[in-house]
Design a protein around this ligand. Sequence first.
Ligand SMILES: [Zn+2]
Length: 67
Amino acid sequence: MSIRFCPRCGEKTYEVLQSHSYCINCSYFPEDVERDRVNEEICAATTMPAKIKDDLARWSKALAAVM
Ligand SMILES: [Zn+2]
């Protein structure tokens, strides 16, 4: 185990272990960040079709009004 400077709070309270790293000062935990990023991607992927459907509905309404 080694203690390093935390990339988030800058304090020398960042424990670097073999399996994970953790900052005892600000609770920074890189795996959390990674999980959040993946969750956001999954969210974006699942909300995308609904948005496209919405856009399509809007466009076809606009086209119908023009024609
Ligand atoms: Zn920290």
